[in-house]
Design a protein around this ligand. Structure first.
Ligand code: SIN
Length: 560
């Protein structure tokens, strides 16, 4: 890492310091210089908190084809099969790369990885590291590799808008000044990091005001999901959908935002983000029961390991009927050693997970929809790429298969790198592909920092009306209330994305995967393979249907 002042022009600008952004910055740095912009330290990312592991067909009797079949089955008719085939085919290679980086996956006495089971997987194929701290271990290894890359420049800060030129191309980002307290806490986290000096220099210049970062080749959104828009969520603060709003305001279509995955077993205690009780606990023998000890999933052929949407609705139904829902972990062998994070958290709040049934609630966990993108991150908007949870690639369909998301972050980062490696491989490409550093005359609006009152209103509205079970009437109320909020908070990313989620949920009059509408509880066969697409218009978000597998503008509105 050199000590020079952060420059304004880079080959690549990557936004988001979780697993997708960090891996992308690592690989892209082999092709040019990279600005890595992040509003929180890596510990603030969803990837860092991921307990569940990485799915890969590396065990005896498993193949990428079976992994793909399970992914497609969980996706309930909305996966894009080519994307799934590629995702699962590349999983063993991702595992090899992580091993080479030094990730120590949990292994048995014979040195072979211990492969776990999670909902809707027909084979044991989940790799874990540190028991239930897989995301932390993988992210730490990638960050360690990144810290040795001399041409990655860290820029702490919040992106207020994408720069769009007169031809509609995205040419970089505008980073807003960051509050002093946030910078101070980021500095503390950075203390061990070889990038710290450069981050400090960037901070000094950021305090002075906005900073424009021009991306010669690509601006990459890797900003994660939007779980924090719901009153109950397993996501850390900050997962408020800013990347979705940035892309949307720059003209990129968003797809399938109605598909929000609710994790069935978030610990129902305390305020703030709900602590996750990983699905791997059920893979290891934990069972969901009501207050009388009756199993909640007794009638389902896959029992507690049914797909996540099914299990989340069972827990939600029990709670809605005034019953309680508990995760009984007494059947999990050696829980303290196998699930150290769960054990430590429960003990710290006075619960003994070995003996006490743990109260659970569903909580927003993962967004299957996102910025329409190919696996390489291409969005259809020249210059703009989206990878990881912020993207919709069709890999997850209507319900993501457990432990496919860390995998998707790494596969997409690699595909993005290969896309640019191939493009830059021809003579003169560096000059002919470089985008000029112009901004359009009328730049898209800037997003304000999260307003706590707006966020609280959004969280309540989405949890009540666009949560585990939705219906026409509630969605109509939410549309109206969000339309009013948008007038008060026109620059709020939370309000912008919440509106898009509600519009899509209202538009899709069927139940499929994680999108369950009590007023139309069955899937509509005509909507299998049909995505929703949302784009901005003067009248607010406009929804249409699309059967295209690659990003393209939506087709005309077919019903309203
Ligand atoms: C979990 O550990 O249950 C979550 C894993 C995932 O979301 O894939």
């Amino acid at each position: 890492m050199n000590g020079e002042m952060v420059r304004d022009t880079f080959d690549f600008v990557v936004v988001g310091g979780g697993l997708a952004g960090s891996a992308a910055a690592y690989w892209l740095s082999q092709l040019g210089d990279v600005a890595l912009v992040a509003k929180t330290p890596p510990e603030g990312s969803n990837s860092h908190h991921a307990q569940g592991g990485l799915a890969a067909a590396v065990g005896a009797g498993d193949t990428p084809e079976v992994h793909a079949e399970d992914t497609l089955a969980a996706g309930a008719g909305l996966c894009h099969p080519e994307a799934v085939t590629r995702l699962t085919a590349r999983a063993p290679e991702v595992v090899r790369w992580l091993l080479a980086l030094g990730v120590r996956f949990d292994a048995g006495a014979d040195g072979q990885p211990l492969l776990g089971l999670e909902g809707a997987h027909r084979r044991r194929r989940i790799l874990h590291a540190g028991g239930d701290a897989t995301g932390r271990h993988i992210l730490a290894a990638v960050r360690q590799a990144l810290s040795a890359c001399p041409n990655v420049h860290r820029v702490p800060g919040r992106v207020a808008r994408l720069s769009v030129d007169a031809a509609g191309r995205v040419t970089g980002v505008v980073v807003a000044a960051q509050a002093r307290d946030r910078l101070a806490s980021q500095r503390e986290t950075d203390a061990q990091d070889t990038h710290a000096q450069e981050a400090d220099e960037a901070s000094d210049s950021l305090r002075a005001g906005r900073r424009r970062l021009h991306a010669r080749f690509a601006t990459v959104l890797a900003t994660g999901g939007a779980g924090q828009l719901f009153a109950r969520s397993t996501n850390p603060p900050g997962a408020c959908g800013e990347g979705l709003a940035l892309a949307y305001l720059a003209g990129a279509p968003l797809r399938n935002l109605e598909f929000v995955q609710f994790h069935p077993t978030a610990l129902a205690t305390g305020a703030g983000p709900c602590f996750l009780l990983t699905e791997a606990l059920r893979g290891a023998g934990a069972r969901l029961r009501d207050e009388r000890g009756e199993p909640l999933l007794a009638n389902h052929p896959l029992g507690d390991l049914a797909t996540r949407d099914v299990v989340a609705r069972s827990v939600f139904a029990a709670l809605s009927e005034g019953r309680r829902a508990y995760l009984d972990c007494s059947g999990v062998e050696n829980l303290p050693a196998r699930f150290p994070s769960v054990y430590a958290h429960c003990r710290a709040i006075g619960l003994d997970p070995v003996h006490d049934p743990l109260p659970v609630t569903p909580a927003a966990h993962f967004l299957m929809g996102g910025v329409a993108a190919a696996l390489s991150g291409e969005t259809g908007i020249p210059g703009l790429y989206a990878i990881g949870e912020v993207a919709h690639t069709g890999c997850h369909g209507a319900n993501r298969l457990a432990s496919n998301s860390l995998l998707e972050c790494l596969v997409m980062a690699r595909e993005l790198y290969e896309h640019w490696r191939d493009r830059l491989n021809t003579a003169g490409a560096r000059r002919s592909l470089a985008l000029p550093a112009e901004d359009a005359k009328d730049p898209p609006r800037e997003l304000a920092a999260d307003d706590s009152a707006a966020l609280a209103a959004v969280q309540t509205l989405l949890w009540q009306h666009a949560g585990v079970v939705r219906g026409e009437q509630g969605l109509r109320q939410a549309r109206r209330a969000l339309g009013e909020l948008a007038e008060v908070y026109p620059d709020s990313a939370a309000v912008c994305v919440a509106r898009a989620i509600v519009e899509a949920a209202w538009f899709r009059r069927e139940s499929r995967g994680a999108h369950f509408r009590a007023d139309c509880p069955l899937p509509d066969p005509a909507l299998a393979g049909v995505d929703t697409v949302i784009q901005p218009s003067a009248q607010g978000p406009q929804v249409s249907w699309s059967t295209e597998t690659l990003p393209s503008p939506g087709q005309p509105l077919v019903h309203a």
